[in-house]
Ligand binder design. Structure first.
Ligand code: ATP
Ligand code: MG
Length: 563
C-alpha cells in the first residue's frame, strides 16, 4: 500500500508556496455543515485537509459551518467529531464554529455598509428572485439599492435587534446586477430568521450566508489554503470580493477539487437524510450507508478508507468510482490482518454414523494460513456437524468436488467423510446427510495420506453458537442514483438479507466491533448494537472475491455519461 500520497496539484501549489516563502506554515480547515452525518466523500476532504497540513507540520481546524440553523443539530456535531477522530485525525484545540464568529461577522457586515458595499433590501424574496435576471438576461437594481449608509446601518442594527419578521429585509452585497456570474448579482449576506441556533442559542435572529461567513472565517483562522469542491468555483470571485473590500490581515486562497462520487450509492446528505427519515435504512449508521458511521459499523477498517481516497486522488475532473475499488481496499487490508474462523450460513446437518455418540475431539485450526505467528485455536468435533447447504449436491456435475451421494470430502482441520445416505422431508427437501468418517485421516496426525479434491468448512452442532448474519448488497440498482429523479425507484429491495447461521465456539469470545474472515465466505464484523442474550449478530463486510466486478463495470459504462 502506498503511504505517501503522490504530489497532486494541490500539494504542488502548497509546496510552491512554501518554497517561495509566501507561507511558512500551512493552515487548513475541514468545514462540514452539521446537517447530517459525514460520508465517503467527506473522507476524501478530511484526508486532504488534515493530510496536507500534517505532511508540512501545519495545522488544521475542524470548523462546524453552522450558519443555517433549523437543519443543524448537536447530534450531527457529535457524530462529526467522532468520525474525524476515528479516521485518525486530531484538531487539537482547533475546534471552531462559524457561529463563534457571529459578532465579528456582524462587525464586518457593518463595515461593508460603511464602505458603501452593502445595503438593506426590503424587496420580498419573490421580488428579489425576479430582479435577479437569468443566465442570458441581466438583473435589475433594487429600488432600495441606493439607500444611504446611515439608513442602512440603522436598519441592519434593527434587524439584529429583532424588530422585523423573517424575510422583511435582507442585507445584500452591492456588486453588479449585470454580472454574467449570478453569484455576483448583489448576493444576500444576512437574512432574518427567528429560530434558535444549536450553538449560539437564541442570541441571534439574523444569520450570515455561507459565502460571506466562509471566506471571513477562513481569514480569522489564518487559513492559508481553503480547499473545497468544484461547485464552489463560481463562488470564488465572491469569496475574493469580500476579502478585497474588507482587507483582513490574513488572506486565504480558495482552491477547488472534484467531488468523489461512489457508484451504486448516494453522497448527498439530503438524500441520505431521506433514507433515514423514511426508515429505508435503520439509521445513519446502517451498515449499507456510505456514511463514516455506517462503514465503521459494517467493519471497514480505517486504513482501507484512507488507502481508497489516496488511490482516488485529488483532481479537477469529476469521477464516479466503482464500489469494487473501495471493497478491494477493504479486502486487501483485512486479508492481512483478520483471523480466520468457521461459520455456516446455510446449515445442513451431517451425522457421522460411525463416530461415537458422546465423543468430542479438539481439532487444531490455524488462525491465518499465511501467518503462523497468529497461532492456532481448538475446534470441537463431534458426531453431528453443520456444513454449508451449497457444499452438497444430489445431482452433481462431474467436476463438483464437494459432497455428493457416495462422494468424499475433507472437513477442514478434521477428517475425510463419505456421504452414505440422503435424508429428505415430505416435500423432498434434503434435511440431513448420513456420512461416515475415516479415522485414519485426521488432519496433521492421520496415518493415512489419502487425498480428496474438496475441503469444506463445518461447525460441531452441539457446540455451535447461534447467530443472525446480515448479508449486504448494493443499496441501489443503478450506478449513479445521484442522478435519479426518484431514489425510491432505484432502491435495491435485496440490499439486506439476514440468515440464521451457526458459528464455531471461538467466535463467542469475539469482542464487539472485531473483524474476522469466515473461511470461504468473506469478512465479517461482530455488530456492537444488535446482539441479544441468545444470539449474536454479524455483518458481512465484504465477500472474498469481487463477484460484482463485471456487472458493475457494464452498468458504470452506461451511466458515467449521466454525471
Ligand atoms: P452534501 O452535498 O453531502 O450536503 P456538502 O458539500 O454540503 O455535502 P459539507 O458539510 O458542506 O457538505 O462538506 C464539508 C466539506 O466536505 C466541504 O469542503 C465539501 O467540499 C467537502 N465534500 C463534501 N462532499 C464531498 C465529496 N463527495 N467529495 C469530496 N469532498 C466533499
Ligand atoms: Mg455544504
Amino acid at each position: 500500500m502506498s503511504d505517501t500520497p503522490s504530489r497532486d496539484f494541490i500539494r504542488q501549489i502548497i509546496q510552491d508556496d512554501l518554497e517561495s516563502g509566501k507561507h511558512d506554515e500551512i493552515v487548513t480547515r475541514f468545514p462540514p455543515e452539521p446537517n447530517g452525518y459525514l460520508h465517503i466523500g467527506h473522507v476524501m476532504s478530511i484526508c486532504l485537509n488534515f493530510g496536507v497540513a500534517e505532511e508540512n507540520n501545519g495545522r488544521t481546524f475542524l470548523r462546524l459551518d453552522d450558519t443555517n440553523p433549523g437543519k443543524e443539530s448537536k447530534e450531527y456535531v457529535d457524530a462529526i467529531k467522532r468520525d474525524v477522530h476515528w479516521l485518525g485525525f486530531d484538531w487539537g484545540d482547533r475546534l471552531t464554529h462559524a457561529s463563534d464568529y457571529f459578532e465579528q461577522l456582524y462587525e464586518s457586515a457593518l463595515r461593508l455598509i460603511e464602505l458603501g458595499c452593502a445595503y438593506v433590501d426590503s424587496l420580498s424574496a419573490d421580488e428579489i428572485r425576479d430582479y435577479r435576471g437569468t443566465l442570458t438576461e441581466a438583473g435589475r437594481n433594487s429600488p432600495y439599492r441606493d439607500r444611504g449608509v446611515e439608513e442602512n446601518r440603522d436598519l441592519f442594527r434593527r434587524m439584529r435587534a429583532g424588530e422585523f419578521g423573517d424575510g422583511e429585509h435582507v442585507l445584500r452585497a452591492k456588486i453588479d446586477m449585470s454580472s454574467p456570474n449570478m453569484n455576483l448579482r448583489d448576493p444576500a449576506i444576512y437574512r432574518i430568521r427567528h429560530i434558535p441556533h444549536q450553538n449560539a442559542g437564541d442570541e441571534w435572529c439574523i444569520y450570515p450566508m455561507y459565502d460571506f461567513a466562509h471566506g471571513l472565517s477562513d481569514a480569522y483562522e489564518h487559513i492559508t489554503h481553503s480547499l473545497c469542491t468544484l461547485e464552489f468555483e463560481d463562488h470564488r470571485p465572491l469569496y475574493d470580493w469580500f476579502l478585497d473590500q474588507l482587507e483582513p490581515p490574513h488572506r486565504p486562497r480558495q482552491i477547488e477539487f472534484s467531488r468523489l462520487n461512489l457508484a451504486f450509492t448516494v453522497t448527498s446528505k439530503r438524500k441520505l437524510n431521506t433514507l433515514v427519515d423514511e426508515g429505508i435504512v435503520s439509521g445513519w449508521d446502517d451498515p449499507r450507508m456510505p456514511t463514516i458511521a455506517g462503514m465503521r459499523r459494517r467493519g471497514y477498517p480505517v486504513a482501507a478508507l484512507r488507502e481508497f481516497v489516496t488511490r482516488a486522488g485529488v483532481t479537477k475532473k469529476d469521477k464516479l468510482i466503482e464500489m469494487g475499488a473501495l471493497e478491494n481496499c477493504v479486502r486487501e487490508t483485512l486479508g492481512d490482518t483478520a483471523e480466520r474462523r468457521m461459520a455456516v450460513l446455510k446449515p445442513l446437518k451431517v451425522v457421522l454414523t460411525n463416530y461415537p455418540d458422546d465423543k468430542v475431539e479438539m481439532m487444531q485450526a490455524m488462525n491465518h494460513p499465511a501467518k503462523p505467528e497468529l497461532g492456532t485455536r481448538e475446534m470441537p468435533f463431534s458426531r453431528e456437524v453443520w456444513i454449508e447447504r451449497d457444499d452438497f449436491m444430489e445431482e452433481a456435475p462431474r467436476k463438483f468436488f464437494r459432497l455428493k451421494p457416495g462422494g468424499e470430502v475433507r472437513l477442514r482441520f478434521a477428517y475425510i467423510i463419505r456421504c452414505d445416505e440422503v435424508i429428505k422431508d415430505e416435500s423432498g427437501e434434503v434435511v440431513e446427510l448420513r456420512c461416515s468418517y475415516d479415522p485414519d485421516t485426521r488432519s496433521g496426525t492421520g496415518s493415512s495420506d489419502r487425498k480428496v479434491k474438496g475441503t469444506i468448512h463445518w461447525v460441531s452442532c452441539q457446540h455451535a453458537i447461534d447467530a443472525g448474519v446480515r448479508l449486504y448488497d448494493r443499496l441501489f440498482t443503478v450506478a449513479n442514483p445521484n442522478s435519479a429523479d426518484d431514489i425510491h425507484a432505484v432502491l435495491n429491495p435485496e440490499s439486506l438479507q439476514t440468515v440464521d447461521a451457526k458459528l464455531e465456539p471461538a467466535l463467542g469470545a469475539l469482542a464487539a466491533g472485531q473483524t474476522v474472515q469466515f473461511e470461504r465466505l468473506g469478512y465479517f464484523c461482530h455488530d456492537e448494537l444488535d446482539d441479544s442474550p441468545t444470539s449474536r449478530v454479524f455483518n458481512r463486510i465484504v465477500t472474498l472475491r469481487d463477484s460484482w466486478a463485471r456487472l458493475e463495470k457494464q452498468a458504470m459504462q452506461q451511466q458515467t455519461q449521466a454525471l
